[in-house]
Ligand binder design. Structure first.
Ligand code: ATP
Length: 514
């Protein structure tokens, strides 16, 4: 199948804009880097993914290894917490990325995103170096670097760029300071204009109350997890849970990312779905393995193919000092392919967070197990997923391109997650068809999100629904008037079936379940 010239990501971004999934925030003012708004279809898709997570975590949690349902409760904590909470968690001191500025381009970049490679060119049989070029990692990185090299060769009097393999490039952070000082920045022409990498705290801050002093400085949470630790004791005391049990929360988080990029993959305001699972210390590793498998299975159940998911076990030497095991669940995004990028982290955080808060708040956070006559600070397993990053995964995974269809671009979203479930059309806007279609619409909309559409040709209406990822379209046509049947078109196969009008509801209920 012929594929269009433009990259998959740029096609997806424009489909999202055109169909109302995702818009740049503040677009009429030129946009705001790192911020996105969700349109009518995007909001519904995000809510559907959020609700599926909440249902499968809190309302109907999975069965544990003993075959009994796990005990997980929900929570909704403030975005702004006591500033000491962020000192205790280590975010004030250590939540930082290494960044570099470019004195020439005035750009600011995350140091680990800059890939460096010495590029050569040939002229009159002689091979010469263009110097240590750099480019930001991403789907188009090789093309961008090739264009830059070509421009430089032209400036140097002509010649041919020697083909290079970006896979052999070195991240800026792996170069020595002397080597770093010779790099030509991603948007620069001269070498040595990048500053030394320096730590940059990612937390946004503001002030609470009328006086804007150091004492009233507060932070927007960079993760939802800490709110759970701060309320763990209240939850334990006021609900009937005891280890092993979980507390789940979904909400906004904020990180002043140095280089927000790749559409909604890395933004400065985003949503997370996090769960802290509190267990007796000796069971930590067992529960970590359990949650890694469970979360992998869950993403597959949302329609993400196994081939595009990867468990990246973090090497012992790379683990955070408090973690005994961490696996990142990664997805093959178009901009990381053939490699993978993080979708969710499943970390065994030991008792680090609770002990830190215990120490800083001077509050006893032990669990007293009266049956076993023992007290301990529980260990914690944390499956932390990005909700907005999950939406990106669903969009990437479902994007299809097929020139033989009325709309070459269409979204194969799992029916239960699709923003619109059913399109309802009268074939023509006369002869009694609109009346039947409208009645059907009024009946079906009580159970499913439906869209009534009587405008333009039937092919165009199918195309509109395909682009929105709507799994079924029901058409009332001339035969309906004679035999009380309609056609139901399946998005994935583009096949149509005739179904009795009285059976449409049952048919759809069955197909749209779970
Ligand atoms: P990364 O390495 O991509 O910066 P992280 O390891 O810092 O991510 P965590 O702190 O483990 O991420 O956060 C848990 C999840 O929250 C991530 O797996 C991701 O899905 C999501 N997330 C984190 N930062 C962002 C962001 N800036 N934009 C969108 N989602 C994010």
């Amino acid at each position: 199948m012929a594929q269009p010239e433009t990259s998959l990501m740029s096609r997806l971004v424009s489909l999202c804009k055109r169909r109302g999934f995702v818009y740049p925030a503040s677009e009429i003012y030129g946009g705001l880097n790192g911020f996105w708004d969700y349109g009518p279809l995007g909001t519904q898709l995000k809510n559907n993914l959020r609700d599926a997570w909440w249902r499968d975590m809190v309302e109907c949690p999975p069965l544990g290894p003993d075959g009994n349902p796990l005990s997980i409760v929900g929570l909704d904590t403030s975005i702004i917490q006591h500033p000491q909470a962020w000192m205790a968690s280590g975010h004030v001191a250590g939540f930082a990325d290494l960044m570099v500025d470019c004195r020439e381009s005035k750009g600011r970049y995350r140091a680990d995103h800059i890939l460096c490679l010495e590029v050569f060119y040939e002229k009159a049989g002689q091979r010469k170096s263009l110097g240590m070029l750099s480019v930001l990692s991403g789907e188009d990185a090789a093309d961008i670097l090739a264009k830059k090299a070509k421009k430089m060769v032209q400036k140097a009097g002509g010649g041919d760029v020697v083909p290079f393999d970006l896979a052999t490039a070195t991240p800026l952070t792996s170069l020595s300071p002397a080597e770093q000082s010779k790099v030509i920045g991603p948007d620069a022409e001269n070498a040595g204009t990048l500053t030394e990498p320096r730590a940059f705290n990612l937390m946004f801050h503001t002030y609470s109350g009328v006086f804007q002093t150091e004492d009233s400085k507060v932070y927007l949470r960079p993760e939802t997890a800490q709110g759970i630790f701060l309320q763990y004791k209240n939850v334990l005391d006021t609900s009937r849970v005891r280890p092993p049990f979980g507390i789940a929360q979904i909400g906004k988080s904020f990180r002043n990312e140095v280089t927000p990029r790749n559409f909604i993959f890395r933004s400065r305001e985003f949503e997370q779905m996090e769960m802290e699972f509190f267990v007796p210390p000796e069971d930590g590793m067992m529960w970590h393995e359990f949650w890694v498998q469970e979360r992998m299975r869950w993403w597959e159940a949302q329609g993400v193919s196994k081939a595009n998911l990867y468990e990246h076990k973090i090497e012992a030497s790379e683990l955070s000092h408090y973690s005994k095991a961490t696996s990142d669940l990664e997805y093959r995004y178009p901009f990381t392919a053939p490699g993978f990028g993080e979708l969710e982290g499943v970390a065994y955080r030991t008792d680090y967070d609770l002990k830190q808060h215990q120490e800083h708040s001077r509050t006893n956070l032990e669990y007293i197990d009266q049956e076993a006559n023992r007290r301990y600070v529980p260990h914690v397993i944390e499956p932390a997923a990005g909700l907005t990053r999950g939406v990106l995964v669903l969009l990437c995974e479902s994007y299809q391109y097929d020139e033989s269809r009325a709309s070459p671009e269409w979204l194969k979203i799992k029916p239960s997650l699709a923003p619109i479930k059913v399109g309802i059309f009268p074939l023509v806007n006369k002869d009694g068809m609109p009346e039947i279609a409208e009645k059907l619409y009024k009946d079906l909309r009580k159970q499913h999100i439906c869209q009534y559409d009587a405008k333009q040709s039937i092919g165009k209406r199918y195309a509109r629904m395909d682009e929105a990822g709507t799994p079924f379209c029901v058409t009332v046509d001339g035969d309906t008037l004679k035999d009380q049947t309609v056609t139901i078109r399946n998005r994935d196969t583009a096949q149509q079936e005739r179904v009795a009008l009285s059976q449409v509801q049952t048919y759809l209920n069955e197909k749209l379940a779970g």
